[in-house]
Ligand binder design. Structure first.
Ligand SMILES: Cc1ncc(COP(=O)(O)O)c(C=O)c1O
Length: 398
């Protein structure tokens, strides 16, 4: 008898991986694809990492290759604490910090620890789709909180918290949000921390892009305004060093870190020990802030070219965000009912984006899509935007 697989409810049904299908279609070498979400590999610090790896093998080879602690390598956790204090105004101790296997794992562990099937999770609408996937896998029901150009609206969040006192979690990406590129100003962040305390609900502040700022002023984290332990702060080395390391972290109340560390143990025992040693070593020998400046400068140049292309080639009715950092901008084309059909039309012109639909927790806003600029050579940005503009013109005038 041929095996019939009875998967758990956590496994998404066949055909629900819309983004996977889009990325596959966009992977044709003829296509200029703004659909991906990758950092620029030409800036990965390959030589520095090679040297750091050699040094780790010479000096700590046996510890680095041994099993390690679930919370992570102490030296790396100390380095993270120093960084979050300097950069984000988050002052914490070793018991507040854990290393995760990519920051994606921090989202997963928080979902596992706080969300039972049927529980309500509040999210920006739209938001990072892999976070939606994580919370969905734990059976979350979403309440999308409306945004404006400055990110999640605090009046709308308060309304949602009043309407959903049962909410288990609020998830936010306050800097250069994926997918919109929007950033929340400081007064909103302060209010956010106050609302979390008033309504006694934890907030997961996800900040993978905050360091990649190419214009404007740094804004303090939501966590820096948190006096009550309601905010959990997470970030990653993926965008400032390399995503292949799968190295992220979470800073939260010690009780939360303790519980998540137990859950992490059942997930993967601990994050790759060698990689943790290598990154800690890399920080000793290299000026990481100078490296981050170089990344930001390149992305800033690419974003600028993209905005110029949007101005030059797109119908005047089209709206788009103009981020001061990060890797994405968000386009809204009025008069489009079916964004996936628009994607297919654009693919015929050999250019691609991610349709907005899967980023929405609630009803998708038609005619929205995400463009990535970090992973595209400058000349291709110009050519691609011209093709995309022509494709949109054609689709809108059909
Ligand atoms: C908003 C957001 N959070 C988390 C992640 C996960 O990053 P990583 O697991 O590489 O740290 C990403 C990746 O693109 C992201 O955009």
């Amino acid at each position: 008898m041929i095996m019939t697989f009875h998967f758990s409810k956590r496994v998404p049904a066949d055909g629900t991986d819309a983004v996977g299908a889009i990325l596959k279609a966009a992977a044709d070498p003829k296509v200029i694809s703004f659909a991906g979400g990758l950092p620029a590999p030409e800036l990965f610090p390959v030589e520095g990492m090679k040297k750091a790896t050699d040094k780790v093998y010479e000096e700590h080879g046996r510890e680095a290759l041994q099993y390690g602690a679930a919370a992570g390598v102490t030296e790396l956790r100390q380095l993270i604490l120093k960084r979050v204090a300097e950069k984000e105004g988050v002052h914490a101790n070793l018991e507040n910090v854990m290393v995760t296997t990519g920051s994606e794992q921090a989202i997963d562990l928080v979902g596992k620890a706080f969300v039972n099937p049927g529980d309500t999770v509040l999210v920006e609408d739209p938001t990072y789709l892999c976070a939606l996937d994580v919370f969905r896998s734990y059976g979350a029901k979403f309440v999308g909180v409306p945004m404006d150009e400055d990110g999640m609206r605090m009046d709308a969040l308060e309304d949602a918290l009043k309407a959903h006192p049962e909410a288990k979690l609020v998830y936010t990406v306050p800097n250069f949000q994926n997918p919109t590129g929007r950033t929340m100003p400081a007064d909103r962040r302060k209010k956010f921390a106050e609302l979390a305390a008033k309504y006694d609900v934890p907030v997961l502040e996800d900040n993978p892009y905050g360091d990649i700022r190419f214009a404007g002023q740094h804004v303090p984290s939501v966590k820096s305004f948190d006096k009550t332990g309601h905010v959990f702060y997470m970030s990653t080395f993926s965008k400032i060093l390399a995503p292949g390391f799968r190295l992220g972290w979470l800073v939260a109340d010690p009780e939360v870190v303790k519980k998540l560390t137990v859950l992490k143990q059942s997930a993967d025992l601990h994050t790759d020990n060698l990689v943790q040693y290598v990154v800690a070593e890399f920080f000793k020998e290299n000026d990481v802030d100078a490296h981050v400046k170089e990344i930001s400068a390149l992305y800033g140049k690419r974003k600028q070219l993209m905005v110029e292309g949007l101005q030059k080639y797109f119908p005047k009715s089209v709206k788009y965000t103009n981020p001061e950092g990060g890797m994405f901008l968000w386009v809204t084309v009025p008069g489009v009912d079916d964004t996936v059909a628009l994607f297919k039309e654009c693919l015929k012109h050999n250019v691609a984006f991610v349709p907005g639909d899967p980023f929405f927790a609630g009803k998708p806003q038609p005619g929205t899509f995400r463009l990535n600029y970090s992973n595209m050579a400058e000349d291709k940005i110009q050519v691609g935007l011209k093709q995309l503009g022509a494709a949109l013109d054609e689709a809108l005038n059909k």
